[in-house]
Design a protein around this ligand. Structure first.
Ligand SMILES: [Zn+2]
Ligand SMILES: [Zn+2]
Length: 453
């Protein structure tokens, strides 16, 4: 689960914000020992970015941890936040090392565990003191092994351990930042990203795992790559529901660009791009995270991502991968018209809590409902069900049942499209429907409205 939350190409003005956050994350880890800054990775930078966004931290100038004579713009969290981030990340890295050991990567796993052992007790103490529930985090590998050992695993049961961890960690950032109202949105953002990260790993490792006879979630669930991509897209859409509910103004675009980047990486690759020489890459990367840092580019091993993979040669983890080579930005974004300052804010986009597609607003005589054209479910705000059932409905609502084209999230795990709160399953007139405990809106799956009439 490391190295997935990569920055976007930076062409929409997010490069500077991302870079000051990445440098802040690097400074953050250096507080637990100078050498630990080498373990700064994209996922840690993302976590850091969320916290400083919630805290509203200012950009300051500080010396680079690797090249101290260079002064860089850096954003830092408060002292308590910095301690917490390090503690959480250290325990997450420990689980990653345990996972490496299980996968037969014994040298890397053992070395990592030995290095981390010096700080593990402190990390556990910091998290316990902050009131963070440790059980799921320190048992991540065990929970994952149990899920994988189950006789009938589903994609949902397999991504749950990872989804739970981020679903617990992200809302805790709201507590640290003193913004408890953001917890609901952050929980949804974390759960969606956790699921997407786990499934993306499984999707990328599918062929390799098949050859080596190792466990793979897609193979275990007989799930095709296409279906896996659809489920990841659904989970990313639900993560966006959580992000939309957050009250952070300035950093949302940068955070969203990370989700965009993850979504872009799911697209099947068309043509292999020509490889650039290392020399031509240097200095090209807008983010300057690794292309001008000798720690990464001069050696074969990337020390930034903790994946231990070759970086700039293979372009496997370098941000240059997203901005220097592919440059998706020049294809699509540059054609977009500049955003006018005077335009009113756009209407909030709602996503289907079952399949993740965008909902379409539709006026049906008495009220306006939000429909999903993909799975044919519908969202009703408080009171709309009564208004809708009080008069004859248009014929299209009474169409016969059509098999679902999209993978649906199970009931009881779906977020409210408006406020991101997980909806409860309530029984109305003998039909199980999803009801938001906060705004009292109702989600009806295809066919449920007919049963209620
Ligand atoms: Zn849908
Ligand atoms: Zn709601």
């Amino acid at each position: 689960m490391f190295g997935t939350l990569r920055p976007g190409c930076g062409c929409n003005g997010t490069a500077g914000t991302y870079r000051s956050n990445f440098c802040g994350a690097c400074h953050n880890l250096a507080e637990w020992g100078r050498g630990w800054s080498l373990a700064t990775g994209f996922d840690f930078a993302f976590l850091h970015m969320l916290l400083v966004a919630l805290e509203g931290a200012e950009v300051k100038t500080a010396p680079c941890t690797a090249l101290p004579w260079r002064k860089l713009p850096v954003r830092s969290a408060t002292a308590e936040g910095r301690q917490w981030l390090n503690a959480f990340y250290f325990l997450l890295m420990r689980e990653k090392c345990r996972d490496d050991l299980q996968d037969g990567e014994s040298f890397r796993g053992r070395l990592g565990l030995k290095l981390l052992s010096q700080r593990a007790a402190l990390a556990e103490e910091v998290l316990s003191r902050s009131g963070f529930p440790l059980a799921n985090l320190v048992n991540l590998n065990r929970r994952q092994a149990e899920a994988e050992g189950s006789p009938n695993p589903t994609l949902e049961s397999l991504f749950q351990p990872t989804s739970d961890i981020l679903g617990e960690a992200f809302p805790h950032l709201a507590i640290l930042a003193g913004r408890p109202r953001s917890q609901v949105g952050l929980r949804q953002l974390g759960r969606g990203l956790g699921a997407a990260i786990y499934l993306k790993d499984a999707l990328e490792d599918r062929e390799k795992d098949l050859k080596r006879g190792r466990f793979n979630a897609l193979l275990a669930c007989r799930c095709s790559p296409e279906l896996a991509r659809a489920v990841i897209s659904r989970e990313l859409a639900l993560a966006r529901v959580g992000l939309a509910a957050l009250e952070i103004a300035t950093d949302k675009t940068t955070i969203e660009s990370v989700i965009d980047q993850l979504e872009k990486s799911l697209r099947p690759t068309r043509n292999a791009r020509p490889k650039r020489s290392r020399k031509s890459q240097r200095g090209v990367c807008e983010l300057l995270l690794c292309c001008d840092l000798s720690v990464c580019c001069s050696g074969a091993e990337c020390l930034t991502c903790f994946d231990g993979v070759a970086c700039c040669d293979a372009a496997a983890c370098c941000p240059a991968d997203c901005c220097c080579h592919v440059c998706v930005c020049s294809d699509d974004r540059s054609k977009e018209a500049p955003v006018s300052q005077t335009v009113a804010p756009p209407k909030k986009r709602l996503h289907c809590p079952a399949c993740g597609s965008e909902l379409v607003d539709d006026f049906v005589g008495v009220c306006s409902i939000d429909e999903c054209r993909r799975c044919r479910g519908m969202w009703l705000d408080k009171g709309e069900l009564e208004a809708l059932t009080s008069r004859p409905l248009p014929a299209r609502f009474l169409k016969p049942h059509v098999p679902n084209a999209a993978p649906l999230r199970p009931e009881g795990t779906r977020p409210c499209p408006h406020c991101a709160e997980i909806m409860q399953v309530n029984r109305i007139k003998g039909v199980n429907v999803d009801v938001c405990p906060a705004c009292q809106g109702i989600w009806l799956d295809q066919g449920e409205l007919n049963k209620l009439l």
